[in-house]
Design a protein around this ligand. Structure first.
Ligand SMILES: [Zn+2]
Length: 188
């Protein structure tokens, strides 16, 4: 995994030089639900989170109209970038559309990402991004995931157009056609 270690170091240095310090950060829906409203000010969120938020709590959704959040549409190239970032760590198949929008904003704007979703945290950390937890302490380690065939046991990297679903098989083996599942990559 030397390649990724180096890559991460480089990105960090780069960001350290060029990034303007600001309170701006990208907030996932858990932060919108659980943080005090005054703490959310200036936070950046995707339009797709409005719907998600309203479906979880209408009251909270109304309350947040006064929170001075910055709602953003996600440009297509940022979304593609987010898919690529999440496929490199292998987290992509378990991310929802809203998860990807949130990741895309963090990647596109190079901002801190506030989320408890360990897959989002993992993908963004592996990319060199800064992550903060809403409720829990973030796990320190980055995990790499790959697809493994349940039939012939062949393993494949996660492609950036991987099928996504929260559970179950995430594709078919290109060798034998059996379902593939997500497994932690063994160190090599
Ligand atoms: Zn197979």
């Amino acid at each position: 995994m030397d390649f990724f270690e180096e890559d991460r170091g480089e990105r960090c240095l780069h960001h350290g030089d060029s990034r303007v310090r600001s309170m701006n950060r990208v907030l996932d829906t858990a932060a919108l639900l659980h943080w005090p409203v005054q703490e959310l000010r200036g936070g950046i969120c995707a339009f797709s989170q409005q719907e998600e938020l309203a479906s979880v709590s209408e009251t909270r959704s109304l309350l947040l109209e006064s929170a001075q959040l910055e709602w953003r549409a996600v440009p297509k190239d940022w979304l593609e970038q987010a898919k690529s970032v999440a496929s490199i760590s292998g987290d992509l198949p378990r991310l929802s559309d809203v998860d990807l929008d949130v990741l895309a904003l963090a990647v596109g704007l190079s901002l801190e990402l506030v989320t408890d979703d360990y897959r989002l945290q993992n993908a963004y950390k592996n990319h060199g991004g800064q992550v903060r937890s809403v409720n829990t302490k973030g796990a320190g380690q980055v995990w790499m995931w790959e697809l493994r065939c349940t039939g012939c046991r062949a393993t494949f990297p996660v492609p950036s157009d991987a099928k996504r679903s929260k559970r179950g098989a995430v594709g078919e083996c290109e060798r034998c056609g059996s379902p593939t599942e997500i497994k932690r990559m063994k160190k090599r």
